[in-house]
Design a protein around this ligand. Sequence first.
Ligand SMILES: [Ca+2]
Length: 499
Amino acid sequence: MYPHRHLVLIAVMVLLTSWASALEGTKLVVAVDTPEIGDSPYGYLAYLPPGYNSDGGNSWPVWIFLEGLGEGGPGTVASMLAPANGIVRHGPMRELWRPAASVFDAPAPNDYPMIILTPQVGRPPAYRGITDIYKLDLFITAMLARYRIDPDRVVLSGMSTGGGDAVYYASYRVENVRRLAGLLPIVASHNYPTDSSGPGRASTLALTQSWFMTAFDDRGNGGTVTTAYAWSDAIAQALAAAVTPTPASLESTYPFGSGGVASANHQTATFGANNAWTWRAGATAGRRSSGAFKPDDTSRLMLGIYRSGGHPVWQDAVNNPDVLNWIISRQRQSPFTGTPHLLPGSIQAEQYDRGGPGRGFNELTSGNQGTSAYRQRTLPRWSRSGSDGPLQIANAPVDDPVEVSQSGATISIEVSAGEWVAYTSDVALSGSHDLVLRVASRAGAALRLTIDGTDITGPVTIPATGGPGTFRSITVPRVNLTGDRRCRTRQHRPLGLQS
Ligand SMILES: [Ca+2]
């Protein structure tokens, strides 16, 4: 089908190496215009972070950004780099691409510590339907094979029609959404599936973390405000499926009235672990951090509304430090050590899954109020002075909001009513096993243990043990574990419960 595939691949890889060795520490954007390279169905632009070619084989987070309707095309270098309608026109590639410097840019203080990829998806009439959902899947597979991408840190984003493509891809089937650490549709339109409450779509999207962004006055383009509301509400209802009553709708709670007057500020709604929306006022300048997102946040879903700006708010969005911090801190659900816990066996409570709110844990209070930094990570964090000052980036510690404490050699976590933690586990020996919980509680409590949503213990009564630091072993006899080595165990373990 592609007789020259291997020849072309070798040539491009040689170029990559020589550029990188000559330009260490600078911005580097590579245009790859032969769709068959690496089995990619699209031509694309790639940004590789400084140090990529000399870092000893690290894997990097990736931000995949899909362009809009006006920037579609055949994926040739000429079409991708066309100033008027190429994929350098908008989004992160606009920030990275400097035509005067050919394919290179001067060293910059705000290089991105991640890979950024923008494919050029086709233009009508060969345009973006179900075929492109499958092509996008092939593209992600090809990029994971071609670059050192951390497969647990793939964020899919897009603007306008590209935002619609991103939603369509992620909601289309569970296998797609499970590839993603996060979904960031910005003024998503056109190819937007309209059945947000249709079979499986919203509940499929609930398997990842999403941040929808739109503008209050973006009423055209398929009504990106109303569709963003509809999707966000439907996902929230899927997240709260077992809860009554249904969460109040976003539009009914928008601080300045439904469909009427725009707020004086940008607004961000977060759907918290308590199954309710909370609105936070943002700043009045689009590129400034609004504080709408904090890396130790507990929310599972976000909706951002620019108070004005209409459809083209995407460039402010991709330049907002909050958005960049959200992207780089997303992580797919995965075992804490990289290897599933083995059952029968012992699971350390603090080794719950990576993946953040709604995946590794459900946590009601922001911040780790315990004494241990066991779950702390170091991540890049962006900031910006003023409304349009240069982006700054520095490493900063990020902790989970779960309470983790250490006393002597004992590390414990604290879980309150409505909270849970999850452990990805393999069952090596199926059958009936005794479950022993090492727990402490001041006044007594109850917990249950579920596997893939099925309750396998019923309520387990935890007596008062004498205080949150006084641990006892509680045995639940004859718990049935199946031998499916792919099963996921979600345990609710109120260790050190203070209630
Ligand atoms: Ca907390």
